[in-house]
Design a protein. Sequence first.
Length: 212
Amino acid sequence: MYRRRRLVVGVLALALLAGIVVGLVFGIRWLVAAQPWQNLPFLSSDTSAVEEVPDPVPTLLPTEEAEPAATPSAENQPEACANGALQVSAVTDQDSYAAGENPQISLELTNVGSLDCVLNVGTSQQRFEIVSGSDTWWRSTDCQSGSADQWVTLAAGQTVSSTSPITWDRTRSATDTCDAEDRPAAVGGGATYALTVRLGEVMSQSTSFLLY
């Protein structure tokens, strides 16, 4: 009887062990075939399984890490030209004009100072005047149709000239005769005339010429 019980217990133990072995074999086969770990997001090689994070919304404001833009130093900016640093010259294209020749007049500007400076050289600042003795014959402002500003930096010692001379038609100007066709003609025959130019508050010396 005792031997039979031991035999029964041994058979049951072997059956249990065999069941465990079979279960392990089938379990390993299932793991190899199914590979359930592939569905885990942190191990998956499929990029579509990972949720995409949108880019941050762009901003027009600087971030904390951004460095402020460099601004030009006020020390490097030229100042406005002082009147004493400017020399204006009245220029004619010839010293004398034959009958029928119209003078071409312009100006020349020199920075006689030791520093670069900024100046308005536009037509809004230019004034041309032609006289004969004490008689004023022509002013550029009498019939000027428009004016403009033109700011430039003039280097120390630099000289600039007008690129577009003004033509004087040898007639007397007046604000009420700009469109007239019969304005008085200037006297010729070797008469002497003088041109002066003003740029802002700076006035030139007169330049003389002859009309024939």
